[in-house]
Design a protein around this ligand. Sequence first.
Ligand code: GRG
Length: 300
Amino acid sequence: MASGGRAPLTMPFAAWARERQQRIEHVLERVLPGDDATATRLAAAMRYATLGGGKRVRPLLVYAASEAGQAAPERADACAAAVELIHAYSLIHDDLPCMDDDSLRRGKPTCHIAFDVATALLAGDALQSLAFAVLARGLPDDADACGVLAESVGVAGMAGGQQLDLDAAGTALGADSLAQLHMMKTGALIRASVRLGARCGRAMSDHETQALDRYARAAGLAFQVVDDILDVEGSSASLGKTAGKDAAQHKATFVVLLGLAGAKARAAELREEAHAALAPLGADARRLSELADFLVLRNR
Ligand code: GRG
């Protein structure tokens, strides 16, 4: 499907995901600053960190949730772009020397290695403000959409989760504290992706909205458990980022807490929880259900 229209539900998941990944690439190309920007180097760093890489999990969640609300993809483009711009911002800042100090991301040098630390810092900042501009312009009839995204990125979400992660260095976290940290650091943006996608579609009952939130919580945690497993089992080449970092940094992870087999069992449980949560939404939630499978069965 080159543009427009809902993908037929008979389309296999892999083809649907590929089509949506191409779609978000075009949207991002359109909204990012180009060669004509006054600050050419900053624009180049923003494009470098955002385009041509990544699984686009968060935009896929937006599109899938918008389909659960029977919205056409055009309606969801702004939300999909906004969450990916925020994600790209978080990756740039996460890789900085003052955070994880990493040199490999999405199979290429991190932004501060390819450019410099100051430019990378600014690129992250500018991607964040671009995300909110794109969202505000794309959904002018939804005054609260920016608030939903802002909450997921701020002190109660991603930034707060990152602080908990920093605070936990060298300490042994229990299961509840680890889950709380990841519900904020990675889970909050995943939940916002589902919530924003759903807002693009038909009005939903409280029951349906709560079901989607249960789905997003389970899928978000599953994503992180699998991330911890892949850090142990994957290679830097297959992941496109440095493997084995959690152990090297003595980080608390679900693998440390539960063991490899226990972490895999937990991911399988969360996948089932995500599937079960979708029951009230019926067949329209098919892509969300398939995405829960993708998040758990992925190898990168
Ligand atoms: C950005 C608000 C904000 C603050 C900065 C650095 C930081 C505070 C927070 C870090 C949060 C972070 C980077 C979480 C994500 C960790 C993670 C599992 C990233 C990988 O996500 P994938 O697998 O990556 O979706 P791709 O490359 O496929 O997009």
